[in-house]
Design a protein. Sequence first.
Length: 134
Amino acid sequence: LREVEEHQFKRPKVRDIMLAEDIKIYASDSLYQVKKILEWEGIFHCCVVSEDDEFIGMIDLESIIKLEKTENFNELCAGDICHGAEHVLFGSMDASEGIETVVIDRYHSCPVFEGGKVTGILNIEEIFPLENFN
């Protein structure tokens, strides 16, 4: 029993399964730029930040593609179409709680905060990778 106690299973945290926020999408970035970045990186959702790296909202590739055929597409920036986060996660939360939250979230994507700053994002794609369904 003592040996089991010493080697107790360490529950993974949200920070262990999130996608690190290495990609910065600024509110002033054009939708054309954002689309190219998301496609290049192979991601569907991303956080939008201010020039001071403050969280503004979330943006997704599907919304950009829907707007691509509109007359004013080239005039739009990420800040024009980003939406607020329905739910937020914290890196120290149990991963299971983060997964449950992402699954029920309308956009299936939640920003992850630590120390008041966005440090990552947890998307449904990290939980259920698309290649598992091909």
